[in-house]
Write a protein that binds this ligand. Structure first.
Ligand code: ADP
Length: 523
């Protein structure tokens, strides 16, 4: 199949399909306020996402959804978050106001908009729609791993409400200057905004291009978008309607979560069919490396760790290693290097290669601790290995925030051989905890890990082990390279300290997002 090429055109506002509904909502005038503290014209941003930690998390998007708005608020941007009211989210909402109700949105069940505050102080809007979000299972799939059959409607509503709040007819007194959308679940927002009068600009952030939200073409009509949008110059993608394509096509600017991934997705290999559109929008595409929450991920104060430590004194790391070994039933040997994995078990993460070489690795003095879940065959293969090598390989299937912190701190090395990785957070957490990562040279892994060579060890930039060429042999050789250095205690200590000295705080990234907001708003 030949890849489609897309051209980007300038947009002309058209009437929204929901004009009738708009009339039913109260209209407030937009206003500009001055932020007296730093002289910035205060910017108001609605940050729409399908996951925000700690309320709901399946991956890195949730971490970003929590930390980036907080970091932006710290530099004077008035960011407020919009999140669906899944069962687990509603269970955590202790006090909130009902801001408005949506009872006549064409094609959608009734919903309420609640407002409250996250524990980190970020204002939060929760979209409460029991018919779509109140159910057991995950945010995207049921307990058996099947996509919810009404996902188009579920995230169509989220997208729609984000657009309403960014329009002239918003029922809120608070009017955003722009809407910041994240991944396919909010991909229709820029399309709704485009077909709505008096709407603000939007930004689309791609956290992973592999998840696109593609649905049968006829879904367009059920979501209240004009049939004309189902076009190559619109949200059509190989005969389907694509939430993500909609976001990328209609947003005023696209960002993604690392500079290297921004380049990679314009190429055939990692463009997932969207490379033509992304290459065409190259000048409106910015790669910004994610930060990490340096308060949550702090070895000197992490409540999940049995012993705290810092870059001046890493001795506490050994106690954490011992605790992980004990908790997971690994042999209590302090000198055997412990390899850690915390990951979704998927093809993307390249864990199949690790499982393939694991028997070979067992000839070495090495232990492996794996935490994660996902692909059933991969989970079973990992379990089989742990039964075959008791005391040397431990596998915990599931999601555990506590154990993820303990592995990051207690392991000697962290393995992340992703085939592609938009940004990746775990390699940054591991560096922060003085646990050098072993990573494939791709996406954000290349942007955040400096390969250890004699030169980089001397100049103090080395922070892990990077291999090119996604093969089992390359991974195996790189692990062995790391183990050799582990035996050189002085060099290893220097490497761990380099890791801990790196600055992955959100501040730099938040400033880069602010630059993008300014550019889009022409300020
Ligand atoms: P992705 O978003 O592709 O899954 P990232 O590295 O960007 O990968 O982010 C993964 C996030 O989810 C990290 O915060 C990681 O610690 C966490 N995580 C992944 N799997 C688990 C698990 N089984 N238990 C606890 N945390 C996990």
């Amino acid at each position: 199949m030949t890849e489609p090429r897309y051209t980007v055109r300038h947009y002309v506002s058209q009437d929204c399909d929901d004009a009738q509904l708009m009339m039913n909502l109260m209209v407030f005038g937009a206003s500009h306020t001055k932020d007296g503290s730093d002289g910035l014209v205060k910017m108001r941003v609605l940050f729409a996402a399908s996951e925000v930690a700690p309320l709901i998390k399946t991956g890195g998007l949730a971490d970003v959804g929590a930390a980036l708005p907080a970091a932006l608020r710290a530099i004077g941007v008035d960011v407020r978050v919009l999140l669906p009211g899944y069962t687990v989210v509603m269970a955590q909402c202790q006090s909130y106001d009902v801001v408005t109700t949506f009872s006549t949105l064409v094609g959608f069940p009734p919903a309420r908009l609640l407002s409250g505050k996250m524990a980190n102080g970020v204002p939060l809007f929760v979209l409460d729609c029991p018919a779509l979000y109140q159910r057991d299972g995950g945010p995207y799939q049921d307990a058996h791993g099947n996509d919810w059959p009404d996902n188009a409607k579920r995230f169509g509503l989220l997208s729609k409400v984000a657009a309403l709040l960014g329009g002239r007819a918003s029922p809120l007194a608070w009017h955003p200057n722009l809407v910041h959308c994240n991944d396919w679940q909010t991909g229709l927002t820029p399309a709704y905004l485009h077909f709505q009068q008096g709407a603000v600009p939007s930004i689309m952030t791609l956290h992973n291009l592999a998840f696109q939200g593609n649905f049968p073409a006829e879904t367009v009509q059920t979501l209240g978008l004009p049939a004309s949008s189902l076009n190559m110059e619109g949200l059509e993608f190989h005969g389907f309607m694509s939430f993500l394509k909609a976001g990328m096509f209609y947003a005023d600017h696209i960002t993604t979560v690392s500079p290297n991934y921004a380049k990679e997705i314009q190429q055939d290999e990692l463009g997932f069919g969207m490379q033509g559109l992304l290459a065409d929008r190259n000048h409106e595409l910015t790669g910004i490396l994610n930060g990490i929450d340096v308060d949550e991920w702090n070895a000197a104060s992490d409540p999940y760790l049995v012993k705290h430590y810092n870059s001046n004194d890493l001795s506490g790391k050994a106690t954490n290693k011992q605790a992980v070994q004990k908790r997971l039933g690994l042999n209590p040997d302090p000198d055997v290097p412990l390899l850690g994995v915390v990951s979704r078990f998927t093809h993307q993460k390249g864990l199949d290669l690790l499982l393939e070489i694991a028997p070979r690795l067992m000839d070495l003095p090495v232990q492996l601790a794996m935490l994660g879940s996902g692909d059933a065959a991969m989970q079973q293969a990992a379990r089989d290995l742990s039964e075959r090598y008791p005391g040397k390989i431990a596998v915990m299937i599931g999601f555990s925030e506590a154990l993820s912190h303990q592995i990051e701190a207690g392991a000697d090395m962290f393995i992340m051989p992703s085939r592609f990785e938009p940004c990746g957070l775990n390699q940054m957490y591991s560096q922060r905890y003085g646990t050098p990562p072993i990573v494939h040279a791709t996406g954000g892994l290349s942007d955040s890990v400096v390969d250890c060579t004699p030169q980089t060890l001397v100049d103090g930039s080395a922070s892990g082990f990077v291999f090119s060429g996604m093969t089992a042999n390359n991974l195996s050789n790189t692990i062995q390279r790391a183990i050799r250095l582990y035996r050189e205690r002085k060099d290893w200590q220097a490497l761990c300290k380099n890791c801990m000295a790196k600055d992955f705080s959100w501040e730099t990234s938040a400033k880069a997002y602010l630059d993008v907001y300014r550019k889009v708003l022409g300020r």
